[in-house]
Design a protein around this ligand. Structure first.
Ligand SMILES: Nc1ncnc2c1ncn2[C@@H]1O[C@H](COP(=O)(O)OP(=O)(O)OP(=O)(O)O)[C@@H](O)[C@H]1O
Length: 292
């Protein structure tokens, strides 16, 4: 459990801003911090990591005090059980992938974790390549692997996927999700991307002007009018068959085909080949034609 109360006066271009937040993270939480530019998201992450000292407040992590203004405690980043990937992650350009990871390993720690992390992040084939010869996505994966070398419990990510193209972003999101589960992490991710947040996080803090204005499940926050577990996805009707109660459409949502019962008044509306939007609630999918 992480318990945080943070207060910091920040110097924005248009005047001072008071950052005032209080939140708890349960073990295994994947929290996203969302909000407009300048709201204070990066500052929160940096205070959790120990790179920015709050003016007041406390940070408690599983019984340890990382920061307490009152008790004059401010643990250095290396004394906190964290891994981090920031926007300006600093890899050593003249070292190889493996050397960068070895460099992050503490003395006398077993080196097995290096091979494991290269495998998890798909960097095995690039083990001996210098960082300066890596693509953006590969550097991102290396930064992520490096953040995990010391087996942290808390992973702090400040828009780590913002500089890569969509396909790479999706594959990195999958890696992130796997890593979060595999290493029993509590993860805090700053992100501007709502679909990314929905995919990865179980809780979102929405920050504006240094204050948490909303907090909760991402689907509830970003799509409040929709039922909790509803997803909208596009598919194509592959078949319509008669049933006892009416008609049933088979809809291809790669890689699966789902069955959708058609209401009486919908029967003549759909035909094989139609592109449709599926409102996919757990037990009751419905479809709507996508007009060309
Ligand atoms: N060390 C600091 N001391 C005082 N003010 C700071 C400090 N670091 C950042 N600020 C100011 O605090 C405000 C919030 O910055 P922060 O980087 O936390 O916002 P953000 O929500 O992460 O924005 P973005 O999405 O653009 O990265 C900015 O106006 C910034 O200039």
């Amino acid at each position: 459990m992480i318990n945080c109360v943070l207060h910091k006066q920040l110097h924005a271009a248009n005047g001072d801003m008071q950052l005032h937040v209080s939140f708890k993270l349960a073990p295994g939480d994947f929290i996203s911090i969302y909000g407009p530019s300048g709201a204070g998201k990066t500052s929160i992450i940096r205070m959790l990591a120990g790179f920015l000292k709050p003016d007041d407040g406390e940070i408690h992590f599983e019984g340890e005090t990382w920061f307490s203004h009152h008790q004059k405690i401010h643990l250095a980043p290396q004394k906190r059980n964290i891994g981090f990937v920031f926007q300006d992650y600093a890899l050593f350009p003249n070292m190889t992938v493996r050397e960068n990871l070895l460099f992050a390993l503490q003395k006398n720690e077993p080196v097995d974790i290096i091979a494991e992390l290269m495998q998890v992040t798909g960097l095995e084939q690039l083990s001996n390549r210098q960082v300066q010869a890596l693509s953006g996505g590969q550097k991102q994966r290396l930064a992520l692997a490096r953040a995990l070398v010391r087996k942290p419990k808390l992973l702090l990510l400040d828009e780590p996927l913002s500089a890569v193209d969509n396909a790479m972003r999706e594959s990195l999101q999958t890696i992130l999700k796997d890593i979060h589960i595999r290493y029993n992490l509590t993860t805090v991710l700053v992100s501007h991307d709502i679909s990314e947040i929905i995919k990865l996080a179980n809780r979102t803090l929405v920050i504006e002007n240094g204050i948490i204005i909303k907090e909760g499940n991402p689907a509830d926050i970003f799509f409040p009018e929709k039922p909790h577990n509803q997803l909208l996805v596009n598919g194509q009707i592959t078949e319509i068959v008669k049933t006892e109660n009416g008609q049933m459409a088979s809809v291809l949502l790669p890689p699966q085909i789902i069955k959708v019962e058609l209401a009486e008044n919908e029967v003549d509306h759909f035909q094989k080949g139609d592109l449709v939007q599926v409102s996919h609630q757990k037990f009751n999918p419905t479809i709507k034609k996508i007009e060309p």
